[in-house]
Every structure is written in C-alpha cells, then in structure tokens.
Design a protein around this ligand. Sequence first.
Ligand SMILES: Cc1ncc(COP(=O)(O)O)c(C=O)c1O
Length: 388
Amino acid sequence: MSYLAKNYNRKKISFKYGKGSFLYSVDGKKYLDFVQGIAVNSLGHAHPKLINAVSKQSKKLWHVSNAFQIPEGEMLAKKLVKKTFADYVMFQNSGAEATEAAIKIARRYFYSIGKRKKNRILCIKNSFHGRTLAAIFASGSKKMTEGFGPKVSGFDHFEFGNHKSLTKKISKNTAAIMVETIMGEGGIKVIPDWCLRELRKICDKKNILLILDEVQCGIGRSGDFFAFERSKVKPDIVPIAKGIGGGFPIGAVLMNKKAASGMTAGTHGSTFGGNPLAMAVGNSVMDIISNKRFLNNVKNISKYFFLKLNQIKNKYPKVIREIRGKGLLIGIQLHSDQTKFIKKLMDNKLLTIRAAENVVRILPPLNVKKSEINQSIKIIKKVCSGLN
Ligand SMILES: Cc1ncc(COP(=O)(O)O)c(C=O)c1O
C-alpha cells in the first residue's frame, strides 16, 4: 500500500545508492543511469566535490531569509553573470517557478514603462515549461491542461517550425516570445540557430522580449553553457533549473538590465530560493561546468555518441527513424511507440526516459566516460536487433 498520490505511474524499482553514471537498486542490480533525474544530476551521482560542498555548508548555515544578504548567492549570481548575457539573477527552487518568474518579469517590464496591455506571452504549441497553472497554459498542451480550468489567459501559441503561424500570432500586446531552445519533453526538437536569430530580429523589430527556456537544455547539457550560444543570439530572459543544482533543487532566472528594470523591491520573492545550502552546491556545480575544458569534453563525447547512434540507426532503419538532439540531450526517435523499447533497455540495465513523438530520451551525466557510452551502445544495439 502506497500513501503517495497516484499522479505518477512509477516503475517498480527503487535505488539504494548511486555513483557517477550508475545506480544500484535495493535488490542488488546495477544500472547505467542515462536519465539522471531527467537532466538534473549533471555531474552524476555522489560527486565528491558536491558532497564536500553540501557537508561543509550544512555545518555552517542552511537557511536564512532573503530579507538578509546571502553571500553564497551573491557569488553564484556573479559567476552566472560573468559567464553569460545576463546582468542580474533571481533565484528560485524549480524550473516551473523559474519560467513563471520569467513571465512575470516580462509583464512587469512593460507595465513599468506604461504599456499595460502589452502582457501576452507567445509560446510553442505542445512545449513544456513546467506544471504550475500558468506554465501548463503556456505549454498549451491538451494533455496537461485538461481538467485544470478555468484557463489561465494571456498565452498564445504557434506551431514549432512554422514561421507563418508565428508571425500571425504576434499582436501589439505581445510582451514576450517564450520557447525552449531545445524542446525536451516535446521530443528533443532543436530550434536551429538561424531560427533563433530570426526570433531575435522579430522581437527587436516589434519591441518584444525574448525568453529562452534553458531549464533542460542549459548548464552544459548542449555542449555549450547555454544551447543558444552558438547562434550568437542574446535573449532578454533565461529561466534555468535542473543542471545547476546537480541534484539539489535550484531554479533561477537570468535577465538583462532592460528586463530586470521592472522588478523593483517587493515585486517577487521566494522563501527558499537562493538559500545558503542550495547556493553552496550551485557554486560548486558552476565552477566545474563553466570550465571550457569540461564543456569541450561534453562536445567531444557527444560527437562520438551521435556517430555510434547513427551507425545503429543505419543498421536498423526499420526500428529507428531519427537520432535527434545536441550535446548530451539526445533522442532516439522510433517508428512506433517507445514503451517496449525503454522496458527492454531497462531489462538490459540501461535507464532511459520517454519524450513526445515516440522518442527515447537519453541524458547521461555530463562527465560520462567513453566506456559507459560504449556500454550503452552495446545495449541499444542488442535491443534494436531483438526488435528488427
Ligand atoms: C524546458 C523546461 N522548462 C521547465 C520545466 C519545469 O521544471 P521543474 O520540473 O523543475 O518545475 C522543465 C522540466 O522538465 C523543462 O524541461
């Protein structure tokens, strides 16, 4: 008998401990974990530097209110600003909170300059920005919003990859365009760099703020610190979460001066957001991931992984339709439903997770070893050959 609410269809497996890329189940089995809490444990399980950061800080100070100065948070904000487009950072606890805060920041900016009707947010249909009321209506998926009315208004939608549908949906009241740079839950769909540049141009022309949701694809996951970096586009607002905490719940919104200008004292807050314990871990994660050599390793291992996966795709074209993604945010798109495939991978001790459009999502830790990639390739090949 479980007293947990039934909002998850949990697999009948639980784990005793984890180390790096591996999870060890209570019944003594060892799994290669290419879920990593859905792109959360960016440095794998039980990373010694993160253990050290948490234990050191836990003996000093866990929590103080944001009514006081928090030096650990000041330090992480400074690192994020120095590394990115941003001028300011606001800490939260999760991705959904960060995307909601991003929406608030955009609306508040136009309010503060007297454009009070300019408050609509334009998003991609069937995207994913979290599970709060505003975030599900921002995502615009029937599955997520059904039964949760009344509808949260203020969101418009366009189709992924459809420029015409995008321009048609922009009105004089559009405050922001909010998209995931790489759609995670939506099926690992990458917005091409030229599209990001077009988005920026449209936003500049029409005085619209550009919000790039990097909750899943940010913090090194794409091989760059942010997935939009190679496009040279500078967004106005970027919500992050998942990877920056390495397993500790942290969310944040990065923003430029313009976007931040409406957020005066009292306009937003969070009891837990940016507390010393979270910030100690965030600083450690940041120090490791923001290193150029670390990010180059992610790029190199990703190149190798994609090469191997495409070789499997070419050998089993009836099973695999496409290999998608960037860096270590990878999707194997099948021709049919992926449930059986994921189950077979798991029977062979490789953990993966689904995404939309028959996609098997693969999210190794960013410090994954080549031997571990090889191990996963062997398992994926075996499962493909069994299904061929
Ligand atoms: C792109 C994106 N935005 C927002 C969220 C919501 O994050 P959280 O589950 O931490 O609220 C997610 C979670 O998967 C996500 O992938």
